[in-house]
Design a protein around this ligand. Structure first.
Ligand SMILES: *[C@@H]1O[C@H](CO)[C@@H](O)[C@H](O)[C@H]1NC(C)=O
Ligand SMILES: CC(=O)N[C@H]1CO[C@H](CO)[C@@H](O)[C@@H]1O
Length: 188
């Protein structure tokens, strides 16, 4: 009878491979897949305030992860409506409610949303020499898009803080520039 008995060097080898995998996973966030754009049916995809609509046949990259969070996490700030009838689609995922765009609320890319772990928590957003505290109420889905649930908008990039206009106002950004800004954020 033969008993399986791995020698010490093979155990070491497996350990080495495992640690290097874990290590590289923590450091980088790679795409998880791609989806093909579908054109929105008539009347879908609310383009109020420059929301993107999926382009038929275009490929969009998806992500399950976001860059790792630090005290100055770099992100890209975008504009969203969290009100009923706004371009955010349905009610917010965290509390199934709509939110006034005059309150500082945000949606985070899937990796940062982290399975609702930041739901109804506050983050501090800094840019332009100012900072504002905003509550996380929704996910900006990096894993899916171009369907009815996402108002036929593309999947979110993995580094997005999608904010109500109250956030833009508090950061003192001139209205003509609302929609895209490099920022940093941290857990408040
Ligand atoms: C987040 O900030 C709001 C407004 O400043 C505050 O009312 C709320 O209690 C804060 N929530 C948490 C979880 O700290
Ligand atoms: C979410 C948001 O800011 N919506 C605005 C889009 O633009 C119209 C017209 O400028 C505003 O009235 C909305 O409030």
């Amino acid at each position: 009878m033969k008993i399986f008995c791995p020698n010490v060097s093979s155990i070491l080898f497996v350990c080495l491979i495992l640690t290097s995998c874990v290590h590289s996973k923590a450091q980088s966030c790679r795409p998880s897949g791609r989806i093909e754009g579908k054109k929105a049916p008539p009347g879908q995809c609310n383009q109020e305030n420059d929301s993107d609509c999926c382009v038929q046949g275009k490929m969009y990259t998806t992500y399950q992860c976001s860059p790792s969070v630090s005290t100055y996490t770099k992100a890209y700030l975008t504009l969203n409506s969290f009100q009923k009838g706004g371009d955010g689609g349905g009610p917010s995922e965290c509390d199934k409610q709509y939110h006034s765009d005059n309150t500082p609320v945000v949606a985070l890319s899937t990796g940062w949303f982290n399975h609702e772990s930041r739901c109804l928590k506050n983050i501090t957003i800094s840019a332009n020499g100012k900072s504002v505290v905003a509550m996380v109420v929704d996910e900006c889905d990096s894993t899916k898009g171009c369907d009815k649930d996402h108002d036929y908008q593309p999947p979110c990039p993995n580094n997005i803080v999608d904010a109500s206009k109250a956030v833009w106002k508090a950061l003192n950004v001139p209205k003509e520039q609302w929609g895209g800004l490099d920022i940093t954020w941290s857990d408040a």
